[in-house]
Design a protein around this ligand. Structure first.
Ligand code: HEM
Length: 293
């Protein structure tokens, strides 16, 4: 029986380290991936594989594709494909650093690390703007239904697709907004997280109201704030049984349907955008059989 990597549906950790890798030598990729059995437990370390890697291995995961890019009015949404992605979860930055080093060593020379993003929880799951993030996430059975592949057979059932974007906030710009402008940007009241019925159509939660899509566009969001030196923002992460729900949400955010752009773009921009497939687990190990490994 296949199961999901436990870190996907578990609570968001206090600290995390994201490591996207690019492919350096496909001929050594299979061996490197096999070494993950002892290194990535799917819980403390969640693993995702990108389209360049899957295709390079001569395999196919139906539904995995390249991240779409958009050029909107005064902003871009970039597509930055990567081969492999790790979400190291924990509560000790030293341990996370050393765990990342072990993975880097094991993945070399097949894969080279692209960048390292240190992330953390702010208060009770807040974005750095102070707004609570994750309120409308599906829970329990509904989270499994939205986030985990089922009914597609051994090797695929229990897997999940993810969309990852690093967003860089301009917090000076956000702070310069009045409290009402801030609330209208998100569509919720920061002080008590109440949804605002009269929020403008550009407000983020009006744009992304999951039940208003056909079919409904539920995703399992596991985003975390990040910071390095003077820059900071949100690593947006959404798990899905396919990438369709995320794509529908993003399309509406950029105004591709009706020209109304999500007000979030007034103070924050994505600088990366990648899709990955998270293999399932079988008997406590990553199951890479869909890739012939
Ligand atoms: C910097 C980027 C982002 C920030 C700061 C942000 C923040 C938030 C906040 C504060 C909420 C309201 C509370 C909640 O239900 O979680 C929310 C809701 C939501 N966001 Fe985002 N978000 C960001 C990007 C995105 C992206 C890229 C997507 C998908 C393409 C997305 C999809 C959603 C969805 C589906 C909801 C719930 C809407 C509903 O059904 O009520 N968000 N977000």
């Amino acid at each position: 029986m296949n199961e999901a990597q436990p870190g996907i549906l578990g609570p968001v950790p206090r600290l995390a380290r994201y490591l996207p890798f690019s492919l350096s030598d496909i001929s050594r990729a299979g061996k490197a991936l096999q070494s993950l059995h002892g290194l990535a437990d799917g819980d403390q370390t969640v693993v995702g594989l990108g389209q360049p890697l899957v295709l390079g291995l001569g395999a196919r995961v139906e539904g995995l594709r390249a991240f779409p890019s958009y050029a909107g009015a005064g902003f871009t949404v970039p597509s930055t494909p990567a081969a492999l992605w790790f979400w190291h979860r924990g509560d000790d930055r030293g341990e996370l650093t050393l765990r990342s080093r072990s993975i880097q060593r094991a993945m070399s020379p097949a894969f080279g690390v692209e960048t390292v993003i240190d992330a953390f929880q702010y208060g009770a799951s807040r974005d750095l703007t102070g707004f609570q993030d994750g309120t409308e996430n599906p829970q329990g059975k509904k989270a499994i239904e939205a986030g985990i592949v089922q009914g597609r057979g051994e090797g695929l059932d229990g897997s999940s697709f993810i969309a990852v974007q690093q967003w860089v906030h301009d917090l000076d710009r956000f702070d310069a907004m009045s409290p009402k402008e801030q609330d209208d940007t998100v569509g919720r009241r920061k002080s008590d997280n109440e949804e605002l019925a009269d929020a403008p159509p550009s407000s983020h939660v009006k744009r992304t109201a999951q039940e208003t899509f056909t079919p409904q566009a539920f995703v399992v969001r596991r985003s975390m704030p990040w910071a390095d030196g003077a820059r900071s923002g949100l690593v947006f992460v959404a798990f899905g049984k396919s990438l369709d729900a995320f794509e529908a949400l993003l399309k509406r955010m950029v105004g591709a349907e009706d020209g109304i752009v999500d007000a979030l773009f007034n103070f924050t921009r994505p600088v990366s955008g990648s899709y990955f497939w998270c293999p399932p687990m079988r008997s406590g190990r990553l199951d890479l059989s869909a890739l012939g490994l």
